[in-house]
Design a protein around this ligand. Sequence first.
Ligand code: DAH
Length: 349
Amino acid sequence: MKEQLEEIRRRALDELTDGASDQQIEAVRVRVLGRSGELTEVMRGMREVPQAERPAIGQLVNQIKRELEERIEALKLRLRQGALERSLAEARLDVTLPGARVPRGRIHPVTQILERMLDIFVSMGFEVAMTRDVEDDFHNFEALNFPPDHPAREMQDTFLVGGGLLLRSHTSNGQIRVMEERKPPLAVVCPGRCYRRDELSVRASPMFTQIEGFMVDRVGRITMGHLKGVLIEFLRAFYGPETGVRFRSSYFPFTEPSAEVDIHCLLCKGAGCRVCKHTGWTEILGCGMIHPNVLRAVKLDPEEFQGFAFGFGVERPALLKLGVDDMRLFFENDLRFLAQFPSLAGGAA
Ligand code: DAH
């Protein structure tokens, strides 16, 4: 019986080599140590062993059992460690590999130009107020002194939304909204989107950006002279200190007197070229002293208050400033185009 046990042990240890797999180890365990395994079988045969030899045989069985269990445990531990090391080696991070580039967003060129313009007004003490794109007839037209049948309403070819609402055709509604809520003195610029039923073309878009600005205070405190001063200051800060500026008298329902402002054509600097139709000048904004009827519409007495207003589009100056020759490029959002305008301001990324 002893030889039989030694044989079981030898065979088992032969199979439990250093390179044994999980399955091989498990097979040996079940065959030798399992409930109906070889060692159990030997114990069953104990009855035939003479009484005197039984303790020695029992001891041998236990010893073999322990020995094999330890061997199996050691092998399994090794396997687990090996697996861990392999998976760590496979998943090793190579910090020298170049990273995947995350594409960096940029501020839209029109927004960059808008922000630069607003910065100039802020530096002169204006505050910025956003009003609303969906407006009613009163704030877009009536309060701005457009009579119901005024041809300018036709001229502006407005998008109607229904329910008496429309998409504002200019940011002049900002004047009305702000003055309804707050009393002068006021110096405010209202940037925002405007909408008109124009086809998208090289020079126009049905959606565009404007800045409306106005200043109101007690009569006598704000004159046409201040209007000229503020606008010349703004235009020279934006287009350069040498820029030629001229005021021409004009007409708007919401200002009296009204003026349009031209600057020297940026391309020919006043000499005359194809872009300025050989005039040397480019029309850039509208302005004037706020009409008494506009002040009345926001319940300000024109005997007591007075102010100026101006308004202009942002896309055309952006075209000139950035040397872009087609308005449509601003709205197509082709990243190859947009990526050409990293932050102009140098600050905002
Ligand atoms: N609202 C005018 C437009 O859309 C621009 C404008 C002209 C605004 C004269 C003004 C102004 O405040 O005084 O063309």
